[in-house]
Design a protein around this ligand. Structure first.
Ligand code: SF4
Ligand code: SF4
Length: 180
């Protein structure tokens, strides 16, 4: 039995009934992740994207999740309360079958980081900027067994090198490491 260690689980609760599709969340997220920081905003660089279809009164924020090197063997399609959504509408993956959650210049996958890198935020920026309270931030502490596992960074780098080639990754890292 390994040692128990504590971890903080961070959750953003989404109340779709309160979202009016204003896209403020996309604006602030993309600006925060721009180079230089806040130097531009482009929703395609955002780690949250809002599914919008005003004619059907559809506004649903979706967060970027994991990168996957291969697409699913099929597609999913949802109908909720009589409203039909596009294929894979709620999927959070950065996947080869679509352009969503990919950095527009490099094509590299995007993933929500809860804005925790620099500087630490009291609350994620998208939550702070959502004036309709559609997004609510919560934290809780959980205990987990400590176990040896490969670092996320290691797995991520291997997948990226497979997918994009070492030269492209090196270029992107060099660009990202330039000072703002
Ligand atoms: S800021 Fe809030 S209301 Fe506006 S699109 Fe994002 S989640 Fe919806
Ligand atoms: S939590 Fe931060 S990184 Fe994640 S989508 Fe919101 S603004 Fe972007």
């Amino acid at each position: 039995m390994g040692e128990k260690k504590k971890k903080i689980v961070k959750t953003i609760k989404v109340d779709v009934d309160k979202c009016n599709g204003c896209r403020a969340c996309e604006v602030v997220c993309s600006a925060f992740h721009a180079t230089p920081k806040y130097g531009s905003n482009n929703p395609e660089r955002s780690r949250i994207r809002v599914i919008r279809d005003p004619l059907k009164d559809i506004y649903i924020p979706v967060y970027a999740g994991e990168y996957t090197p291969s697409e699913c063997m099929g597609r999913d399609k949802y109908t909720i309360d009589g409203k039909e959504y596009d294929e894979c509408a709620f999927c959070r993956a950065s996947c080869p079958s679509r352009d969503l959650f990919k950095e527009p210049d490099s094509g590299l996958p995007l993933k929500c980081d809860m804005c925790e890198d620099d500087p630490p935020q009291e609350e994620p920026l998208c939550v702070q900027w959502c004036l309709n309270d559609a997004l609510t931030y919560e934290e809780r502490e959980e205990e987990e067994e400590e176990e040896e596992k490969p670092e996320d960074l290691e797995i991520g780098l291997e997948s990226l090198v497979d997918k994009y080639g070492l030269d492209k990754i090196m270029d992107t890292v060099a660009r990202m490491s330039q000072k703002d």
